[in-house]
Design a protein around this ligand. Structure first.
Ligand SMILES: Cc1cc2nc3c(=O)[nH]c(=O)nc-3n(C[C@H](O)[C@H](O)[C@H](O)COP(=O)(O)OP(=O)(O)OC[C@H]3O[C@@H](n4cnc5c(N)ncnc54)[C@H](O)[C@@H]3O)c2cc1C
Length: 350
């Protein structure tokens, strides 16, 4: 069982920044995310797209922003349960909360922040009638651990960034990588398309377009796929088939936790602290709704900041918190580090 002060559901930018703000208040955090990596939409949907509306960054790549957030929170040593979906939330008799994941991991916390964005991303699955028989037996919708594919014959299907990026990466891991796409054109970052072309020319990636996977076969584990290339069907040996057709967001189990939901989002008290109708459960970032709500990263950062003050008051009843700028107070990491401005930078005015 994992115990913490503040349990955050969702490792998108909002959830990650909440760890920083909580850390300043000496609140320990643990994050659960259904995806195998942190970063939410930024990491999963548009890691290589520039963002222009983060204060202080005229331009920053989404993936870079996630890396920076991870660097910023490292000092507060958050725990992570990745690749697991939070499926139940229960309030215990002592006022604390228990959250259990689809893999049975139990988390206990004094407060819960739902930073679930648009919900969990469900992979779009190919229309193959026996696909469920091969899930985790040769069919993988995410690349959680690239080592699984070492020296294996891999078929990747898709035409976006994920299909391109994983084809590039796995060409150095797998014994063979075949990329199948129903069009000749790919919709991905230019440098990724060029890299795939380069690897194809070098014989490290086999490209089959325009084509589709129309069948999968095997005895207990995937052994081959059937490819339809402009009406010509043939089988290709495969240890793994990775369809990367994008993800559909779903609020999922969160909708059954007794929270007030409006238009697929959680209603919160935005006049105070982004608390939901359940005392001690907050909702921040894209997952919440209130009058005037904007689904923007910087709004999630703001909400996380105010929420943490409320969690502090909840954990320290009667104790007054005096706001100090980090330039003045410094930042004491849980890992023993301390960041502080040089004395000449912080000048006292009497
Ligand atoms: C193409 C695109 C471009 C964008 N460009 C910009 C931009 O330029 N500027 C800007 O400000 N915003 C932009 N946005 C919006 C921005 O991405 C979102 O506002 C931001 O991602 C919200 O962050 P979040 O942390 O609230 O949620 P998310 O990033 O959605 O992260 C939520 C996380 O919660 C996890 N999760 C959900 N439910 C569960 C559960 N039950 N158990 C475990 N984990 C769960 C999900 O797996 C996900 O990782 C863009 C969005 C898109 C799609």
């Amino acid at each position: 069982m994992i115990t913490t002060d503040l349990l955050i559901i969702g490792a998108g930018p909002t959830g990650l920044f909440a760890v920083f703000e909580a850390g300043l208040l000496k609140i320990k955090c643990h994050i659960i995310d259904a995806l195998p990596q942190p970063g939410g939409q930024l990491a999963e949907l548009y890691p290589k797209k520039p963002i222009f509306d983060i204060p202080g960054y005229p331009s920053v790549l989404a993936g870079e922003l996630v890396d920076n957030l991870m660097e910023q929170i490292k000092q507060f040593e958050p725990g992570f349960t990745l690749g697991e979906t939070a499926v139940t939330l229960n309030k215990l008799e002592d006022g604390s909360f228990e959250v259990v994941t689809n893999k049975g991991t139990i988390h206990r916390a004094k407060a819960v922040a739902i930073a679930g964005g648009l919900g969990t991303f469900e992979p779009r699955k190919p229309q193959l009638e026996n696909i469920a028989d091969f899930e985790e037996k040769g069919v993988e919708y995410f690349v959680k651990n690239p080592e699984l594919f070492r020296d294996k014959k891999i078929i990747i299907a898709g035409g976006g960034d994920s299909a391109l990026d994983w084809s590039i990466f796995l060409s150095n891991v797998a014994s063979s990588v075949t990329l199948v796409h129903r069009r000749n054109e790919f919709r991905g970052a230019l440098d990724s398309v060029e890299k795939v072309q380069e690897l194809k020319n070098a014989g490290k990636i086999k490209l089959i377009t325009p084509a589709e996977i129309v069948g999968i076969q095997g005895n207990g584990h995937l052994e081959s796929v059937t490819i339809d290339q402009e009406g010509n069907q043939y089988q290709v040996e495969a240890d793994y088939f990775i369809p990367l057709f994008g993800l559909t967001p779903k609020l999922g189990e969160i909708a059954n936790w007794g929270l007030e939901i409006e238009k697929n989002a959680i209603k919160v008290n935005n006049a105070l602290d982004y608390q939901t109708n359940i005392d001690g459960v907050y909702a921040i970032g894209d997952v919440n709704t209130y009058p005037g709500k904007l689904k923007l990263i910087l709004c999630g950062f703001h909400e996380a900041t105010l929420m943490c003050q409320s969690v502090y008051n909840r954990m320290n009843p009667g104790r007054k918190y005096v706001l100090k700028y980090t330039t003045v107070s410094g930042v004491d990491g849980f890992d023993g580090t301390r960041k502080e401005a040089e004395k000449q930078v912080v000048k006292k005015i009497d």
